[in-house]
Ligand binder design. Structure first.
Ligand code: 9QG
Length: 153
């Protein structure tokens, strides 16, 4: 799997980046993010949202947040009507400061499945219907080389 298979790619976006997910998200589709964690990173986050409003803030179906300060972990959550749900924290961090990474988000009917550098990391059950998700954002301490959207066939 690589960005070469993508139907749509975004190269070297300025961070914070927000953009539409072409055609929305459907089971079997994949989002690939290739980037590098800066040496002094504190945290970054990927958000899959329902629209791109900031006031009020759009619902976030998947907030995926690797954290380098304190106990290394990845926090996932959803934002519904401007309120965060219950955090799902994995006390494992496959990202390294100063190192490049490839993150793959596989869309499934019931969950998002995330892999980092070729290894499965976590699964996050949908809290918001998939058909409402149409916007991708990435922000925080991260450099992004490419974002690719790979259709389901
Ligand atoms: O801290 O946790 C996820 O549960 C909050 C953070 C918030 C999220 C949230 O402040 O930060 O990570 O998108 C956000 O608002 C980010 C930047 C209890």
């Amino acid at each position: 799997m690589s960005v070469a298979n993508a139907k749509h790619t975004v190269l070297n976006p300025v961070i914070p980046y927000t953009g539409p997910i072409p055609g929305g998200l459907h089971p079997g589709e994949i989002i690939i993010i290739q980037g590098t964690v800066p040496p002094e990173a504190d945290r970054f986050q990927v958000d899959l949202s329902s629209g791109c409003s900031t006031k009020p803030r759009s619902d976030v179906a998947l907030h995926f947040s690797p954290r380098f300060i304190g106990p290394p972990c990845v926090v996932c959550n959803s934002l519904l009507r401007e309120s965060w749900g219950k955090e799902e924290t994995l006390h494992q961090l496959p990202y390294k400061r100063g190192a490049p990474f490839e993150t793959i988000i596989l869309v499934q009917k019931d969950a998002f499945k995330v892999a980092v550098n070729g290894t499965h990391l976590l699964e996050y059950k949908h809290k918001i219907p998939l058909n409402r998700v149409d916007t991708f954002s990435i922000s925080g301490n991260v450099r992004v080389h490419a974002i690719g959207y790979i259709p389901n066939s």
